[in-house]
Ligand binder design. Structure first.
Ligand SMILES: NC(=O)c1ccc[n+]([C@@H]2O[C@H](COP(=O)([O-])OP(=O)(O)OC[C@H]3O[C@@H](n4cnc5c(N)ncnc54)[C@H](O)[C@@H]3O)[C@@H](O)[C@H]2O)c1
Length: 490
């Protein structure tokens, strides 16, 4: 990446936390590292460990300039390491141009914001901070450093959730559609990809927000029709973009899937922005970089991992979503809530979407190419796919099938010790009803699921809310009983 183009997310970058002393960088940093499965390095602690003496001692014995030299060198060495980590920087570290340059090249930098009174309360009297002797000079130093903090920041956060969202390049806020232009990275041309319904509802607002950079708009048919090979090819033929330009996919999961896949493949990959407009899209499909189209052999069989440079989620768009589409999304949301161990479904829309997006992102940032923990996002889905296949993808819908799949996964989990209260919650929120599909067809499909390894399906179960286990093999009897209970006699 050219040095002057800043990263929009931290997928392949170190995360550097900057900000004033007392901002809470160490606490936030270790929580963020734990959430993202990265190692955490506190630069001040490293320097103290290596020197075998506290920073205040280094300051008084060797002076600030010697400390700054040690600090700059340590930061540059850390940024050279390959494995992306979370690195908390001391409050004065950005004073050195060499450090700022290294951060621009190798890190996604998050400024940790704090109320100054709170920061003073935290650091005053600790005796450990050589530059926090009195409140007046503390405030003066803060005012001096603030412009540099902002200048170096790729994002600003104050808590774990906002730091995870920033690390994934995700913006969740009511009214975000109007800021699409401001949030669109780069300076090149933009092609907007959407579907007929979304174009009618939000096309004008999106075009206004994208302004003069908007070169073309591509309106796809709604639903799975958008994901056909022929439709995908047509879109590629129409795109006028060059490398360095941007594709914006505004719509439900079908639009973000095909738009993202077009971006992944056009000219061997161009940058894209995902702007999901359905509940399925905002809590699931629009996040995490999985893109796909359908071929006759199966749904989503051709695709790629291609992380969106930015994901813009405007929960206000859900206001126009038909109830049937909302129900589809609720099944995925309840799944995410179970995995996160939070009753997300009890929250107002904006918080529900934010919490769900945050959990999905946490998992995808840890495992962007689904080689481990990302498999947990398939909770309930192995049973769901079997029911959908047996119903020839007409009835049940994906959401109805996921709701039933969750019931099966929870029933088996309860036999292994999960508190039954969680199944009651799921039944209350999703009201799943057994479906009249062919039992043998569903049973055969269960063994044909994409996640089958070595001929046996693997399942995700819950030990407890927030504690999924994956790769679980069930006995034939257990799997058959669970599947049968989801099927009504026709
Ligand atoms: N890539 C992934 O990680 C992932 C995850 C889950 C699902 N998916 C895919 O997502 C697709 C399903 O997505 P979906 O459920 O969003 O379906 P969809 O894209 O077909 O949208 C559903 C309907 O809602 C309309 N719509 C969209 N936004 C609207 C709004 N704000 N107001 C009113 N109507 C609106 C659409 O025009 C469409 O008719 C499937 O193809 C599935 O395979 C992908």
């Amino acid at each position: 990446m050219p040095v002057n183009v800043r990263p929009t997310h931290a997928l392949d970058f170190h995360i550097a936390l900057t900000g004033f002393m007392g901002a809470g960088k160490t606490t936030l940093g270790s929580d963020l590292a734990l959430a993202l499965g990265r190692s955490f390095i506190d630069v001040d602690a490293e320097i103290e460990r290596e020197a075998g003496t506290p920073i205040s001692e280094i300051f008084s014995a060797r002076g600030e300039s010697e400390f700054r030299w040690l600090e700059g060198k340590r930061i540059r060495d850390l940024l050279e390491t390959r494995e992306p980590a979370v690195i908390a920087l001391g409050g004065g570290a950005l004073g050195a141009e060499e450090t700022r340059k290294a951060l621009r090249e190798r890190a996604f930098t998050i400024l940790v914001e704090v109320d100054l009174g709170k920061a003073w309360h935290r650091v005053s009297g600790s005796g450990k901070r050589p530059l926090a002797r009195d409140e007046e000079s503390f405030r003066k130093l803060h005012a001096e450093r603030l412009p540099v903090y902002y200048d170096c920041a790729d994002a600003v956060s104050s808590d774990l959730e906002s730091a995870i969202l920033a690390a994934g390049g995700v913006e969740v806020s009511a009214g975000a559609l109007a800021r699409l232009g401001e949030l669109a990275p780069g300076e090149g041309n933009i092609s907007l990809v959407t579907d007929e319904n979304v174009e009618n509802l939000y096309g004008a607002a999106a075009k206004k927000a994208l302004g003069e950079r908007l070169a073309t708009t591509h309106v796809l048919p709604p639903g799975e029709e958008a994901k056909t090979f022929a439709g995908f090819q047509r879109l590629l033929e129409e795109l006028p973009l060059e490398r360095g330009d941007l594709l914006v996919a505004l719509g439900g999961g079908c639009v973000t899937d095909v738009g993202g896949f077009a971006a992944a493949t056009y000219m061997r990959g161009i940058t894209w922005l995902s702007a999901p407009s359905t509940l399925v899209g905002q809590v699931d499909a629009g996040i995490g970089g999985k893109t796909a189209i359908n071929i006759e052999k199966g749904k989503n069989l051709v695709g790629a991992f291609h992380w969106p440079a930015r994901t813009v989620i405007d929960p206000d768009l859900l206001a126009t979503l038909p109830a049937k589409e909302r129900r589809e999304g609720m099944a995925e949301l309840v799944k995410t809530g179970l995995l996160a161990g939070k009753k997300l479904w009890e929250l107002p829309d904006a918080e529900m979407v934010r919490g769900s997006a945050c959990h999905k992102l946490e998992i995808c940032l840890r495992d962007p190419r689904e080689q481990g923990i990302r498999a947990t996002l398939n909770l309930g889905h192995t049973f769901a796919h079997a029911l959908e296949t047996a119903g020839a993808f007409g009835s049940p819908t994906h959401g109805e099938a996921v709701a039933l799949g969750l019931v099966a996964a929870l029933r088996i989990s309860i036999e292994r010790g999960l508190d039954p209260v969680w199944l009651e919650e799921v039944e209350q929120v999703l009201a799943p009803k057994p479906v009249p599909v062919d039992r043998e067809a569903a049973w055969t499909a269960l063994f044909r699921d994409k996640k089958v390894a070595g001929g046996k399906p693997k399942f995700v179960l819950l030990e407890a809310p927030g504690k999924p286990v994956w790769g679980v093999e069930l006995s034939e009897d257990e799997a058959r009983r669970a599947l049968n209970a989801l099927i009504a006699d026709s």
